[in-house]
Design a protein around this ligand. Structure first.
Ligand SMILES: Cc1cccc(C(=O)NCC2(NC(=O)c3cccc4nocc34)CCCC2)c1
Length: 248
């Protein structure tokens, strides 16, 4: 996988992709990451990348020319075709199923806006897809790019070791339910004890307890997720039993 990111802050992306699983995947060349700054392609001695919006109003708009020259350089750097994905509040919210589809691509170019956004004519002519991180105000698209790079890089073949990929599978398997509580050493602590079942060695009972905790937590904190989740008869029984336990 090759990621190209068009951003006024290329160093930010390089740092966030250098950590943990994603950092190791990059070291193993499971993906490459290339930052491109439109300011390097802005003409004139002020090298403008933005200007005031027609029609007035606050803030600035990113200009067409530097973005067009920058995108041309990005495409010239590697013959592999790639979609131009704009991180934007107007985009479709990112989902794990979209992440899995993106992870199958050989290359993607991520476009990060700043200021009030990008000249609509550039977007209309060059952007293949818009993806949003969610409905809140951010200062730029870079955090969205970092999220996509992290989520997609983890799915590259060889990025995760057996334990990590088991965890990934279980997260993906539980998509739609909240996670169960986790405990480690020490078993006894002033903050409380570790539930006995987790130390019982009875793997069926442990799996059952974890599923029940996920169901109970989801019901307590995000009941709307339960509406979409496909619950088995066993799940419903577990949830019912847990709710009785709470004497609700
Ligand atoms: C709900 C809402 C409505 C209107 C504007 C904004 C807003 O935040 N506008 C500012 C910008 N926001 C984002 O880029 C951005 C924002 C949110 C999620 C995202 N996922 O990817 C990129 C994202 C757009 C130009 C530069 C930053 C947010």
């Amino acid at each position: 996988m090759r990621f190209d990111v068009i951003t006024l802050f290329p160093d930010f992306l390089a740092q966030s992709a250098g950590l943990g699983v994603v950092g190791r995947a990059q070291e193993k060349s499971l993906f490459s990451l290339h930052g491109w700054n439109p300011r390097d392609y802005a003409e004139g001695n002020y090298r403008r990348v933005d200007d005031r919006p027609f029609g007035g109003g606050p803030g600035m708009v990113m200009l067409i020319e530097p973005l067009q020259a920058c995108l041309a350089a990005v495409r010239a750097a590697d013959p592999t075709p790639a979609p131009l994905i704009h991180l934007s509040p107007q985009g479709r919210p990112l989902t794990q199923s979209r992440v899995r589809e993106l992870a199958a691509l050989p290359r993607m170019i991520l476009l990060c806006g700043r200021y009030e956004g990008i000249d609509e004519r550039f977007l209309a002519s060059e952007v293949d897809e818009e993806i949003s991180l969610g409905d809140y105000v951010l200062s730029g698209g870079e955090l969205g790019a970092a999220v996509i790079i992290d989520a997609v890089a983890r799915l590259q073949e060889g990025a995760l070791n057996d334990a990590e990929s088991a965890a990934q599978d279980s997260f993906e398997g539980e998509l739609g339910l909240l996670d169960c509580p986790h405990f480690s050493q020490p078993a006894q602590h002033p903050l409380g004890e570790v539930p006995d079942v987790l130390r019982s060695g009875n793997h069926a009972a442990i799996a059952r307890w974890r599923r029940q905790q996920s169901l109970l937590r989801t019901w307590q904190r995000r009941p709307e997720l339960l509406d979409e989740a496909v619950l088995s008869k066993a799940d419903r029984k577990l949830l019912e039993q847990a709710r009785q336990g709470l004497g609700d």
